[in-house]
Ligand binder design. Structure first.
Ligand SMILES: [Zn+2]
Length: 303
């Protein structure tokens, strides 16, 4: 996947992205083992499946205790219409601007004692529709209670109305979805999926009909690059209306050691190989299904 993204950024002559993609390609590729521990460098990029998995776990760990205290949390999705690649950045910017306008309005109302406080967490996600070649940016939100979800939904619909032509639909009310949170852990994971799914179902129509598609999921490289580009500099995950309790970060202690091994990741064997002995670190065998997906499931066509 990263080599595909590297090719895309090369062809676009986007050298900054090219460098970030290479960093992710090399994430944890050189590691040092010593006394049953391994040490390596994380790239911390959001398109790194490893680093974003760690970030997600960290968010769940930090937010779950607070969200558990909310009385009747609700799950809300706010969307805009499906958009083409050329206007994706513009729409994502607009979504953030719209949301902060709503926040500012209700902050004032709350301070004047005219409204409840809007409390929740939100994240940006963007799906790609391979049949229509469109992108669906949307916010996933968990609010403290139902009233907040209703306010956000109503204000969202209001803000996207064309002033000169109220009949013209930018945002349909049916697509702004609210439901009660039944399983907080599951919904928290849904909210922090973090940006973009790597695999896309090639046949979305079938999926909606609850039929099992016999087409394997695909990685659409150009679409992923477009989504990551449009999300650059945006806060994907955010809280509003509350703070988390302060946490103490333990400072890592360092110790000098002279007993260690160097290992380099080798794509041919899908494992880290000891630079001196040639031994493999994990003995991992790629499952056939995964090998197939990574060989056949990568689509590099341009949309
Ligand atoms: Zn990484």
């Amino acid at each position: 996947m990263m080599l595909g993204l590297i090719d895309v950024s090369k062809s676009k002559e986007d050298f900054q992205r090219l460098k970030s993609y290479w960093n992710t390609f090399h994430c944890q590729s050189k590691i040092i083992s010593s006394k049953n521990r391994i040490y390596g460098k994380y790239c911390k990029n959001r398109f790194c499946t490893l680093c974003s998995a760690i970030r997600k776990a960290d968010i769940i760990h930090r937010y779950y205790p607070t969200l558990k205290t909310w009385k009747e949390p609700h799950f809300l999705t706010l969307t805009v219409k499906a958009v083409k690649i050329n206007s994706l950045s513009k729409w994502i910017n607009g979504m953030f601007r719209a949301f902060s306008l709503i926040m500012a309005k209700y902050k004032k109302r709350y301070q004047r004692g005219e409204s409840i406080q809007l409390v929740g967490i939100k994240s940006l996600e963007c799906n790609f529709n391979p049949q229509r070649k469109t992108y669906n940016p949307h916010f996933h939100i968990i609010t403290d209670n139902q009233e907040i979800a209703e306010i956000l939904r109503q204000e969202w619909l209001q803000i996207w109305k064309y002033k000169d032509n109220p009949e013209k639909i930018v945002v349909s009310s049916r697509a702004q979805f609210i439901r009660k949170v039944e399983n907080l852990e599951r919904d928290l994971i849904e909210v922090i999926k973090y940006g973009s799914k790597i695999f896309t179902e090639p046949d979305i129509k079938n999926k909606s009909k609850k039929q099992k598609s016999n087409l394997a999921p695909m990685i659409y490289i150009q679409a992923l690059d477009a989504i990551f580009t449009a999300m650059k500099g945006k806060r994907i995950f955010e809280r509003f209306g509350f703070n988390l309790p302060k946490r103490e970060r333990p400072q890592p202690k360092s110790k000098r050691t002279y007993e260690f091994d160097n290992w380099n990741f080798n794509l041919k064997v899908n494992d880290w190989v000891n630079t001196e002995t040639g031994e493999c670190l994990t003995g991992y065998k790629t499952p056939v299904e995964l090998a197939y997906l990574l060989e056949e499931g990568v689509n590099k066509r341009l949309y």
